[in-house]
Design a protein around this ligand. Structure first.
Ligand SMILES: [Fe+2]
Length: 318
C-alpha cells in the first residue's frame, strides 16, 4: 500500500499567532517525513520473506509502521483542527461538551491542563469520540500512540517541540493559547457528526432469548444498594454448583432442573433476577420460564462471572 499525502487543510495565512512559516515547516518536515518513512517501512514490511525473517524483526517493523501511520493520521487531524476563530462553538458541540464534561469551560480547562502537563515532554492532546460509550473524552498520547481503541479523534493538539519551537521557543503556554484561538469548531463539529454515526461494537447476540429482558450486574448492584427488594436466584447447573466456591451475596441457589418445584416459594410482588455462570443459557431459560408463570423476572447479563468482574460481593457457597 502506498500512503498519499493529504493537502494542507487549514489556510496558513489566516491563522492568528501561528505563522505560515511554522505551519509550512511542520507540514513539510514533520508530517511529510512521517509519511515518507511510513511508505518506506510499509514497502520494507511488504517485501519481507515472513517465513525466513525473525519474529522480532517483523515486530520491530510493524511497530514502526503503526507509529508512523498514527503520526500521519494525527498530523492530518491537527492541520484540520486549525483555521477557525476558536470561539464560535456550534450548538451540537456545546451540548456534547456540556454532556460529557459538565461545561465547555470545564472541558477547556481539562484539555489545556493535559497540554500543559506535556511541557518539556512531547505527545498529542486529543478530543476523541468513543462510539461504544457514545461520549467524548480528552486524552494525551505520547509516541504518536496510546490511541483509544475504536475511538475517533476529532480535535488534535500537537505538543511535539517541532510544532511550536520556531515561534514560541519553550513557551508552551503561549503556543497552547494560540492553538485554542485557531480551533476550527465547524470542522470539529462536522467530524463529530460523522463520528456519532459509527455504530458501537456489536453486543452479544442471543436471538433465542431476544424476548427475555435482561439486567446488568451494575443495575442489580444499584437495586441492592438502594434497598429495593429483589429476589436473586443463582441457577447455575447442579453439576457446576457442586464445585462452585462462592455465590453472589444476597442470592440463593436453586436447581434450574427443578424450577417447577421451587418457583412457588417466590413472590410475584417483587422482581426476580436469575443468573447462571456466564449468562448464556440457563439463567435466560429460568427467567423465561418464570416470566411465563407470571413473575417479573429478568436474567443478569454476564452471569456470575460478570458480577465478580465488577467486584460484586460474594460469600462462601455452602
Ligand atoms: Fe507534529
Amino acid at each position: 500500500m502506498k500512503y498519499r499525502i493529504a493537502p494542507l487543510f487549514c489556510r496558513p495565512w489566516t491563522l492568528n499567532g501561528m505563522s505560515p512559516r511554522l505551519i509550512e515547516s511542520h507540514y513539510e518536515h514533520n508530517y511529510g517525513a512521517a509519511l515518507n518513512r511510513l511508505n518506506s517501512v510499509t514497502s520494507e514490511l511488504e517485501a519481507l520473506d515472513v517465513k525466513t525473517t525473525s519474529a522480532q524483526a517483523i515486530s520491530r517493523l510493524s511497530r514502526e509502521q503503526s507509529t508512523l501511520l498514527n503520526s500521519t493520521l494525527l498530523h492530518e487531524l491537527y492541520f484540520a483542527s486549525l483555521g477557525g476563530d476558536g470561539r464560535s462553538l456550534p450548538d451540537t458541540i456545546v451540548s456534547a461538551l456540556t454532556r460529557d464534561f459538565g461545561s465547555v469551560d470545564r472541558w477547556r480547562h481539562e484539555f489545556i491542563a493535559l497540554a500543559e502537563a506535556l511541557t518539556g515532554d512531547s505527545g498529542w492532546i486529543l478530543l476523541t469520540c468513543v462510539p461504544r460509550d457514545g461520549r467524548l473524552i480528552n486524552h494525551s498520547a505520547s509516541d504518536h500512540a496510546e490511541s483509544i481503541a475504536g475511538g475517533i479523534p476529532i480535535l488534535a493538539l500537537d505538543m511535539y517541540e517541532h510544532a511550536y519551537h520556531i515561534e514560541y521557543g519553550a513557551n508552551t503556554t503561549a503556543y497552547i493559547a494560540a492553538f485554542t484561538r485557531n480551533i476550527h469548531w465547524d470542522a470539529v463539529e462536522a467530524r463529530y457528526t460523522d463520528a456519532i454515526k459509527v455504530l458501537p461494537p456489536r453486543s452479544l447476540d442471543q436471538p433465542e432469548f431476544k424476548d427475555v429482558p435482561s439486567i446488568t450486574p451494575e443495575e442489580v448492584q444499584e437495586m441492592l444498594s438502594s434497598g429495593k427488594r429483589v429476589q436473586i436466584i443463582d441457577t447455575r447447573p447442579r453439576h457446576y454448583s457442586t464445585r462452585a466456591q462462592d455465590i453472589v451475596e444476597g442470592a440463593v441457589w436453586r436447581d434450574p432442573e427443578r424450577l417447577e418445584e421451587w418457583m412457588g416459594s417466590l413472590s410475584k410482588d417483587e422482581p426476580v433476577v436469575t443468573f447462571c455462570v456466564y449468562g448464556f443459557h440457563i439463567g435466560c431459560q429460568s427467567a423465561a420460564a418464570l416470566r411465563k408463570a407470571g413473575f417479573d423476572a429478568r436474567y443478569m447479563a454476564g452471569g456470575h462471572y460478570a458480577w465478580k468482574a465488577i467486584k460484586g460481593p460474594v460469600k462462601l457457597f455452602e
